[in-house]
Ligand binder design. Structure first.
Ligand SMILES: Cc1cc2nc3c(=O)[nH]c(=O)nc-3n(C[C@H](O)[C@H](O)[C@H](O)COP(=O)(O)OP(=O)(O)OC[C@H]3O[C@@H](n4cnc5c(N)ncnc54)[C@H](O)[C@@H]3O)c2cc1C
Length: 290
């Protein structure tokens, strides 16, 4: 049975550490609880937003005028022969570590990405030349009315940091991955984490890369070339370590991050004639959906 809370600050549920209050907030630990949460939103005629670790969510300073559902559907089923069925609220990073320890390759890149499986599928998260879609077999999905359907891999479409779920309005309940036996998987996974912690500002509050890499280029390199490392708006700063990471340096507002994003886009367009596309999810306050 779910517990509905009111006026819960979203800053604790975003790796960026900012955002105003959610009008309603709940956690769903099972398919039944997720259905119950969706029914609550419907009954109260408010929009809903499902979140994982909030590692790609830029919440609004006004918060969210609907129901925020924290996905805690967390399980790990080893189905044998490299096939794993895992909950949408399961840690994607731990999944990468666990499967590598079992000597399976394909998700080593996930370790160090502070996501849930649901968020990784939704974003088609990727690193080190690999993407979530590469080893995905199927996704169990709940529509806003609580109906569940399994999508097979050949029914799903993905591209760079995009999935068809971004155009849909339901919940990724779980995913099944099919991995390949490989005795080198664990050492590769460890090397990936070591590289990350050296090249990315891990201890800082951020949403990872703020911009998608343009074709044949790197957003971070372009931002650095434009002299924007360390640029600040209010409490928001371009990381000195990796220029595609925007940091909540000191009590930044979501508006500070948005203004910094606009400054970067404008500068890169003027100096390099390239339109940067934002990767981070701007979460609206929900007022317009209510
Ligand atoms: C330090 C750091 C490093 C990062 N490194 C990488 C990286 O290497 N590669 C990369 O691709 N990303 C990276 N990211 C970004 C982020 O981790 C990914 O985008 C990730 O996929 C987001 O997952 P999440 O569970 O936190 O989703 P959230 O941020 O909670 O949500 C993101 C979006 O997904 C939707 N969503 C989440 N769960 C569900 C669900 N179950 N059903 C339906 N919709 C859902 C939300 O509504 C929201 O629109 C990094 C972020 C940080 C902070």
């Amino acid at each position: 049975m779910i517990k509905i809370e009111e006026n819960v600050s979203l800053s604790a549920y975003s790796t960026m550490g900012l955002g105003g209050p959610a009008k309603f907030f709940t956690k769903a630990e099972s398919e039944e609880e997720m259905r119950e949460a969706l029914a609550f939103a419907k009954a109260h005629n408010v929009p809903f937003l499902v979140i994982g670790k909030g590692s790609n969510c830029l919440f609004h300073d006004k918060g969210y005028k609907g129901l925020v559902i924290l996905n805690k559907i967390d399980f790990f089923h080893d189905l044998g022969e490299g096939v794993f069925h895992v909950g949408g609220g399961t840690s994607f990073s731990l999944l990468g570590v666990k499967t590598a320890r079992l000597h399976y390759a394909g998700l080593e890149f996930a370790s160090g990405i502070p996501a849930t499986v649901g968020g990784a599928v939704y974003m088609n998260a990727g690193a080190s030349g690999k993407e979530t879609k590469d080893t995905l077999e199927s996704v169990d999905y709940m529509d806003p009315d609580g109906n569940v359907r399994r999508y097979r891999r050949d029914e799903l479409s993905f591209s760079y940091r995009k999935s068809m779920f971004q155009k849909m309005k339901g919940v990724i309940l779980s995913a099944t991955f099919s991995l390949t036996p490989n005795l080198e998987a664990r050492s590769k996974q460890i090397a990936i984490v070591q590289h990350r912690t050296k090249t990315q500002p891990y201890g800082e509050k951020s949403c990872g890369c703020a911009f998608r890499n343009p074709e044949g280029n790197f957003a971070g390199a372009l931002i650095e070339k434009c002299g924007l490392k360390g640029a600040r708006v209010g409490g928001a700063e371009v990381s000195h370590l990796h220029a595609n990471f925007l940091i909540n340096k000191s009590d930044a507002k979501a508006d500070d991050i948005r203004s910094l994003i606009e400054l970067i886009k404008k500068t890169v367009k003027e100096k390099e004639s390239i339109d940067l596309e934002v990767e981070v999810c701007f979460i609206s306050s929900g007022e317009e959906d209510a």
